[in-house]
Design a protein around this ligand. Sequence first.
Ligand SMILES: *Cc1c(COP(=O)(O)O)cnc(C)c1O
Length: 375
Amino acid sequence: MKLSTALIHRHNIKDPSGAVMSPLIMATTFERNEDQLTMPQGYLYSRYDNPNKNALEHKIAEMEGGAACISFASGLAAATAIFQSLKSGDHIVMADDTYFSMRTIVHTLYAGFGLSYTLADFTNPVALRQAIQPNTKLLWMESPSNPSIKVTDIKAIVEIAREHGCITVADNTWATPFYTRPLDLGVDIVLHSTTKYFGGHSDILGGALVFKENNEKTVFIKKVQCYGGAVPSPFDCWLLCRSLTTFTARMAIHSANAMKLARFLEKEPKIERVLYPGLPSHPQHAIAARQMKGGYGGMLSVLVKGGRENALKLCSLLQLFTHATSLGGVESLIEHRKSTEGPDSVTPDNLLRISVGIEAVEDLIKDFKQALKLL
Ligand SMILES: *Cc1c(COP(=O)(O)O)cnc(C)c1O
């Protein structure tokens, strides 16, 4: 069954009323059998599991081709559960432009517990090998990356990880399984901020981990969630399942719009550079063409001529692109990323990150035309 059909028809909750769509079950606790220990449907208490969370996890596992999925209250709660599954003295190597909060979590929350990390350029295997230490347990990648849109050769990273006995995590929030399936390329754990393309409407916060195998690590991370409590609410899970029914339709438009906008912007004299994996000018276009299937996603970054001042001015001249952080919603957003990331950001001062929505692309291009004319 194709993904678009599966996301509509599989892993739904049958309601006794005959309702065509899954019901929302808000209950926190579930009735037990007479033995007081077993539960008729396997549900005990909502911090462990509930029907809407379970339905969502089955859908996401199928999207990524994983053996198991755990959904979380946010993308960062999902990331934190991975860090919590490591031990004091363990070391992580992260791509140098990994979503900046990942670094923040490790150095503010876990440095005191003996976790350490090194940043490396994952597009350079020599640099990556040099960053790996005897106590390195995890390689953390993101492709395309945020916000410099670097594309990582996932298979090559997995090979390096295997040589050193490390597990691999791929943050697949940007590419989504519609364009890249890291587990098929050998990655152990895929991370999602479901807040983004899975939710698709900028109104749900959530995260998920998808595991290649249902092994000891998976079981331990499930415990981290059960005891730590970073669970999504049944309502958020229900809403996400609803969003996923239109996921494949939305993704195709995000990507087609981004490609057209990138091509338009690349010809504009006031734009210094457009970073989009679908453009032949992108440094890792060849890897992207091989690794990303059927399109290049909805995210792009532009470097504006005239530095920070012009970048900020361009943002404020745009009328359709809302000036806000985040991504993956139906609406187009633009963001001066360095301002969001704060003082230790390595993002260029003239970089604007654009989340291309599913509006008519003619309107998006027209908006840039009028803004660039006034710049
Ligand atoms: C937004 C984002 C996250 C964090 O997810 P939250 O749902 O905001 O906690 C992690 N990784 C990437 C690539 C993101 O874009």
